[in-house]
Structure formats: C-alpha cells, structure tokens
Design a protein around this ligand. Structure first.
Ligand code: ADP
Length: 442
C-alpha cells in the first residue's frame, strides 16, 4: 500500500478523497491557492502546500508545480479529483514520468476516450449503439450538409475535445449549418485548443443515463448500476438518481454487456463512467468520462461500495476489494447538487441528519466561498427503499439544510423535488427548460 498521496484538487471532492485515504491509512497532501487557505480540505489533510494565486490557470492547473509539490512532500501518487486536470493525458503522463502513480487510467486510454470521435469509433467496435452522426470529424460545410441529409434536422455540432456541456450547437435547418459549423469550430479551438467538431442527430428530449464502472486493469470490470442525470440546466447536471426511472433490467443488462467488453479490452484502470442517451427502448453511446464523477455517491448508496477507495486500490495495487460478480443494487438514491448563486462568507450552516442522508461538502460555519471556482458547494444525497420514500426523504433533508450568508439553490431544488413531473419519473433532458421560469422564481 502507498503511504502518501497528493490531491490535485480542492473543495468537496478533495475532502471526499481525504476521507477515503484516511480510512485506507494513506497520508494526504492537499494543495491550495491563496483563495483557499482556510478551505476544509486544507484543514483535513495531513499536510498542505500553497501552489499559487486564486486563478486556476495559475494554481490548480499548473502541472509542474503540482508534480513538484508531490515530489517534495514524498508522495507516491496523485489523485486528480474531478474537473481541472482529471482527464488531462499530458498531466497523467508527466506524473508517471516522475515515477508517481496517477489515480486514473493509462494516459493513452485518456487520450483515446477524451476524443469523442475516437470514443464513438471505439464504442461501435465493441458493439455499442452510438448516436447517429457523422463518420468522424467534419470541417467542410458542403460535405457536412451532405452527411446531415441522411440524419435529418435537428442536429447537434459537438467539439471532439469538448466537456462540461461546452462547445455544443444545435442546428435546426440547412441554412444555419455552415455558419454554426465555423462558430462551433472556433469556439472549440479557443476553449479546448482543438477545433475538431463532429455532428450528431439531436434527440429532442432523451434521458441522460450513465453507468458507473470500476476496473482493475487486469480484466475485472464491475458495473455499479446506472445513474439518471436528465435534470440539467444548460447541459449541466443538477439532480441525479439511481436507478433510472427509464431503464428496465433488460436495457441495464444490454448497456452493461457492451460497457464491460469495452472497458476490459481497453485495460481500463480505476473509476469511469460511460454515458448514454436513452429514447424509449433505445440507448445510444455518448461518451466516456475517464475519472470519478460528482454524482458517484448515489451509486455508492445503492451498492454499498466506496468508489474512491476502490479507485485508489485499482490504480495503486491493480486490485479491488469488491467482486464484480457480487454487486447488488439496493433501494433508491437521489442527489441534489447544492450550488452557490453568489460567493461570500457562510455565516451559519445546519447540515441535515437522520436515516439515509449524506451531505458531501466543503462548507463550515465561517468559511469563505471564493468567486474563482465552480459554483457547486455541496451535494445532498439520500437513500431509501423506494423512489417514493427517497423523494420524501430528500424533501425533508432539503427542508432541514440551511446555509446562510450566501445565496444557494436549495429552495429551487425543493421546488423540483416536489414537482409532479419530476415525481412521475417521466422526464428527459428538456425538463429543466420547461420549468425554468417557474423554478428560478422559487
Ligand atoms: P460534455 O462532455 O460537455 O458533458 P456530453 O456529450 O456528455 O457533453 O453531453 C452533455 C449533454 O448534452 C447530454 O447530457 C445531453 O443533455 C446533451 N446532448 C449531447 N448530445 C446530444 C444529442 N445528440 N441529442 C440531444 N442531446 C444531446
């Protein structure tokens, strides 16, 4: 077992990783920007190293500084968390070149999956249905128009290197195609330093369903059920649940079979997610996220597996404690992301308790929420025997949760949880847009 690990991240996910490490007996080194010196992850880690000023481009994204901090503190591994450098193959490579373990898959696998065009080809090879779209990248407007003729409008232009819901453009008619193609490509170039785009059929109101995978790189691949992440604002997830109200055991099995083949063949190591769009009885591969995800706790709740613990073991020891054949799904779990609508000082905090409630967060009374980073400040997660009971539990937990000093989306989340359409389970990725005006008044 390794003795010490550096966490190249901040906030809630850094705290979550420290918790797993402490239980594994691994010492942790936190890194922080000057805006985060009193952040909870700095207080919980065994050591902490300041890595620069607030902008992430001068701190959390500086590969060499992070690696030097790990070397100087005697770390044997780096956990990248989510966001920042978590899917950056160059970072993973540089970590390995220094003789350290990167908590994630092989850099070549990150490269392959990070390119959505290559990922689509790979999924197809393993027999997974992909969203209808262009064969490979497109650049010439004339050729693109031809390719789209077969698909029919609307279509969606996507950046091959895109992420975080950025770099997508919906096109509803032939006339808009050429112009959007060049805008999308320019946006992709400036956001992701790669102007490559491709086109998919735009599905009007599909479900977003993803499978949680854990793999040891030696052929053992575990599927920890699916998550439904259809409640999205601007393609960013807001509420996640497991299981999905739109997936039956037959679809779950078909998705898992293809995913296991793919992850086994790639010799995938660690935690990963394979994302699909679901329309009625059909599912289509969308992409793989080669890292742990924000919404992993709902899968932890319904399987009883500590995903971060298994991820660290898979990457440092090439072994997992769980038996992929023995993963059972139990009950229903829902997560509400708690976002700050404004930064500032948290003057008071009450965290809900009682059965089946978990709050993963970096908040404490008196902490600062800096304006420089992601707006998510916590995740409220519940578990209950049925969806109905999970909804009741979430509603009461949101009622108890109290954060003062900053504006949050807690009342909006309560509004959605109580909304008849959400309660019916019958909704797709277009749902938030339908309720947007009403919910944002809540
Ligand atoms: P990112 O990597 O930026 O998160 P994804 O490819 O995962 O992008 O897509 C994010 C979201 O965008 C999906 O959950 C879905 O809501 C929407 N989306 C992506 N592709 C399509 C499509 N072909 N049709 C309809 N919606 C789509």
């Amino acid at each position: 077992m390794i003795k010490r690990l550096l966490i190249a991240n901040r906030g809630e996910i850094a705290v979550r990783i420290i918790r797993a490490c402490r239980e594994l007996g691994i010492e942790t080194v936190a890194v922080y920007s000057t805006a985060d010196q009193n952040n909870l992850h700095v207080r919980f880690a065994d050591q902490a190293v300041c890595i620069g000023p607030p902008p992430s481009s001068e701190s959390y994204l500086l590969k060499n500084n992070l690696i030097m901090a790990a070397v100087n503190t005697g770390c044997e591994a780096i956990h990248p968390g989510v966001g920042f450098l978590s899917e950056n193959a160059a970072f993973a490579r540089a970590v390995r070149e220094k003789g350290l373990i990167f908590i994630g898959p092989d850099p070549d696998v990150i490269d392959l999956l990070g390119d959505k065009v290559q990922a689509r080809d790979t999924a197809k090879k393993f027999g997974l249905p992909i969203t209808p779209g262009t064969e490979g990248a497109v650049s010439d407007p004339g050729l693109a128009a031809k390719a789209v003729e077969h698909l029919g409008y609307p279509v969606i232009i996507k950046a091959a290197s895109g992420g975080g819901g950025k770099g997508m453009r919906i096109v509803r008619s032939k006339e808009e195609l050429a112009e959007n193609l060049s805008i999308a490509s320019r946006e992709a170039e400036s956001n992701f330093a790669d102007g490559t785009v491709f086109i998919e059929k735009y599905l009007e109101n599909p479900r977003h369903v993803e499978l949680q995978i854990l793999a040891d790189g030696r052929g053992n691949v575990a599927v920890l059920g699916e998550r439904d992440c259809s409640v999205q604002k601007n393609h960013q997830k807001l509420i996640e649940e497991s299981p999905s109200p739109g997936v039956d055991s037959g679809m779950r099995k078909r998705m898992a079979e293809g995913a296991v083949r793919m992850f086994r063949e790639l010799k995938y190591q660690g935690a990963g997610t394979i994302e699909f769009l679901v329309e009625e009885n059909n599912f289509y591969f969308m992409e793989v996220n080669a890292r742990v995800q924000v919404e992993h706790p709902v899968s932890e709740y319904i399987t009883g597996v500590d995903i971060i613990r298994e991820q660290i073991l898979a990457c440092t020891e090439s072994r997992m404690e769980i038996d992929p054949g023995q993963v059972d799904l139990d009950g229903w779990s829902i997560e509400c992301r708690i976002n700050a609508l404004s930064p500032g000082l948290v003057t008071s905090l009450y965290v809900p308790g009682g059965p089946g409630v978990r709050f993963d967060s970096f908040l404490y009374q008196g902490c600062m929420v800096p304006p420089h980073y992601d707006s998510m400040v916590g995740k409220l997660i519940v578990h209950a025997p049925t969806r109905e009971r999970a909804l009741a539990r979430m509603e009461r937990a949101l009622y108890e949760l109290s954060v003062e000093g900053i504006k949050t989306n807690i009342s909006r989340q309560r509004w959605i949880i109580r909304h008849p359409k959400f309660r019916s389970g019958n909704f797709g990725t277009g749902y938030y847009e339908e309720i947007r005006e009403e919910v944002e008044r809540a």
